[in-house]
Design a protein around this ligand. Structure first.
Ligand code: FAD
Length: 509
């Protein structure tokens, strides 16, 4: 009997989601005598692998123990961006005084309705990842249940044995449990439960100031919670990002009333007088932070347990996941892996890109390398922070000589007109050339703007090519063109300037 996962609350929207991503009446098919490819895990990596391989004519089985769509659709990108949008709308209304619209600051948001809006959109997106689509449109054999290797070329699911020429481990990662004493007893939320809330916590502690913690901290603050962000490892939010970029977001957090206890040693948690009390040590002083809910976002743990990887001779590490070479092949040459289970950049778009490499290498003797990928990412705070390629520090560690150029959004007419001048675009070039090593953009829609730089890096175009590209006026993306203009100015050395001056003097005669 296959267990049907709970996705709460059981509203019509969530019922529709479940009917797509884990139908209660699903009957696993009889396995084919042999498969070109068996995929374990149906998050982005598994779905793209299965759909792509089946589309090219492979006989494919797809195994999922929980919900098709994995983290991204169900408890990650989709629901988080759904509520981020509602929170942004609320913030815009509240701060509409800047645009001479009065009264916005008195308005409040209907939290249960905003959460249900997110659930409706998630359900509307879900047919694309549905069991029926994969079975009927794509011809994939979809099995619900826990997949486990029984040998180097066989996998078992719900008592059925599947034999493969190639297999793909796409089992992703899950939220790390809180190691804080007392927190198992007080209870806490993770990304797996926070999107089931139906009431806004009046006071919320967010433990962890990385991308997930920061996005949700700002969102809940904008929806009306009193938010405190705690973390013991760093003195700053978004510690892996460009420091100036993180600083701009941190200033926005403080302005919006988010309390930051960074760094703070979290000593324990207990329930007292109906509240959850977190005891922290900050700069030698003991503090109690009392909240209604705690949200923990302290990292991701790869899903390696239960797969019986040893039976297939697949080397793995419980902390970093399945070991793969650049071709995404595991220590068992028949078995490949893609997505959060094996890659340090844990994003939906990287899972998608790796799945495409996996198909080529596993099924068509390809030699595509994951190390060749140009990987951009974005943290959807407001303003957003988007990055691609190397940070300056990384480039210098690799002993590359770097020229860094930065243009603030205050230099961009559209950002001024929009009242969105907090941010900048920064590019790191290989010194003496226009080759882009990396770039960071901080802007309200930085995630949309970074693509131009990612394209240039992927296609091997230098910054001068962007300088030659006409950008519509006025757009915030003009900031990237201004970077190219700034680069061109660095080429105007005194020698070149003198030469041009001499030519102009000569042609005046
Ligand atoms: C709150 C949050 C917000 C995020 N926002 C973004 C964002 O905005 N943009 C972005 O690019 N990324 C974002 N991410 C990251 C993104 O969700 C992941 O990188 C992506 O889902 C990885 O896909 P995957 O297929 O590797 O793994 P997963 O989505 O984790 O899928 C793995 C699947 O394997 C299944 N599985 C595991 N073990 C077994 C087994 N033994 N048998 C059968 N099935 C098994 C699991 O049930 C799961 O469905 C976010 C993540 C979180 C948590």
């Amino acid at each position: 009997m296959i267990e049907i996962p709970e996705i709460l609350p059981l509203t019509d929207n969530n019922k529709m989601l479940l009917a797509n991503v884990h139908p209660s009446d699903w009957v696993n098919p009889e396995p084919a005598p042999g498969y070109n490819l068996v995929v374990i895990g149906a998050g982005t990596a598994g779905l793209v692998t299965a759909a792509g391989a089946a589309g090219l004519g492979a006989k494919v089985a797809l195994i999922e123990r929980n919900l098709l769509g994995g983290d991204c659709l169900n408890v990650g990108c989709v629901p988080s961006k759904g509520i981020i949008r509602a929170a942004r709308a609320m913030y815009d209304v509240k701060t509409a005084g800047e645009y001479c619209i009065a009264g916005g600051e008195r308005l409040t948001i209907d939290f249960p309705a905003a959460m249900e809006r997110m659930r409706r959109i998630r359900a509307e997106i879900s047919p694309h990842d549905s069991a029926r689509r994969f079975k009927e449109e794509l011809g994939v054999d979809v099995f619900f249940g826990e997949g486990r290797f029984t040998g180097p070329d066989s996998i078992e699911v719900e008592g059925k044995s599947l034999h493969f020429k190639r297999a793909a481990v796409c089992t992703g990662a899950r939220a790390a449990r809180s190691p804080i004493p007392g927190m198992e007893k007080t209870g806490y939320l993770t990304n797996e439960t926070v999107f089931s809330l139906t009431e806004l916590p009046a006071r919320l502690a967010v433990i962890g100031a990385g991308p997930i913690g920061s996005e949700l901290a700002q969102t809940f603050a904008r929806l009306g919670s009193k938010v405190t962000v705690l973390g013991h490892l760093n003195d700053h939010i978004l510690p892996r990002e460009d420091r100036d970029a993180a600083e701009i977001v941190q200033r926005a957090f403080i302005r919006e009333g988010i309390e930051l206890l960074l760094p703070a040693k979290i000593l324990g948690a207990a329930t007292r007088n109906g509240g959850k009390v977190i005891t922290v040590e900050k700069e030698g002083r003991m503090l109690d932070v009392t909240v209604d809910e705690i949200l923990v976002g302290i990292g991701r743990i790869p899903n390696v347990e239960g797969l019986n990887l040893d039976a297939a001779g697949i080397v793995y590490d419980p902390a970093s996941g399945v070991k793969v070479n650049e071709l995404l092949q595991t220590s068992n040459p028949r078995v490949y892996a893609a997505g959060d289970i094996c890659f340090p950049y844990k994003f939906t778009h990287t899972a998608d890109a790796l799945a495409r490499i996996l198909i080529a290498n596993a099924l068509f003797m390809g030699r595509q390398k994951s190390s060749a990928l140009v990987v951009p990412w974005c943290t959807y705070t407001d303003p957003e922070v988007a990055h691609v390629g190397m940070y300056e520090k990384e480039a210098r560690e690799k002993k590359l000589e770097v020229l860094t150029l930065t243009i603030p959004l205050t230099d961009v007419d559209r950002a001024l007109l929009d009242g969105e001048t907090e941010g900048f675009a920064r590019v790191h070039l290989r010194k003496g050339t226009d080759k882009i090593l990396g770039a960071t953009i901080v802007a309200r829609h930085a995630g949309e703007m970074i693509n131009e730089l990612s394209l240039a890096m992927t296609a091997g175009l230098g910054l001068s090519a962007i300088g030659r590209t006409i950008h519509p006026y006025p757009t915030q993306a003009e900031v990237i063109k201004k970077l190219a203009d700034a680069y061109n100015r660095t080429r105007l050395t005194p020698f070149v300037r003198n030469l041009l001056g001499a030519w102009l003097r000569f042609t005046r005669r």
